[in-house]
Design a binder for this molecule. Structure first.
Ligand code: FES
Length: 78
């Protein structure tokens, strides 16, 4: 198991697990909102096709949570 941080909160993930899967397992279902309408977004397709799951990882914006493997010490935000 590894630990990364989502908006300051420690999140435990299995080695090789995606950030999106780890957030989902932790009960976090959305981490950003749409530009128009402010609707919540998180995992949708979970296969890298829809880009609904974008977040920032270690300062790098627009990373797909469903395709990004969680690493120990990552700092993640919506
Ligand atoms: S959930 Fe669709 S690209 Fe990540």
């Amino acid at each position: 198991m590894i630990v990364f941080r989502f908006e300051g909160r420690p999140i435990t993930a299995e080695e090789g697990q995606s950030i999106g899967a780890a957030l989902h397992a932790a009960g976090i279902r959305s981490w950003r909102t749409t530009r128009f309408g402010g609707r919540p977004r998180g995992l949708f397709c979970a296969i890298g096709a829809c880009f609904d799951c974008l977040l920032t990882v270690n300062g790098a914006p627009d990373q797909r949570a469903c395709q990004t493997v969680a690493r120990a010490g990552d700092e993640v935000s919506g």
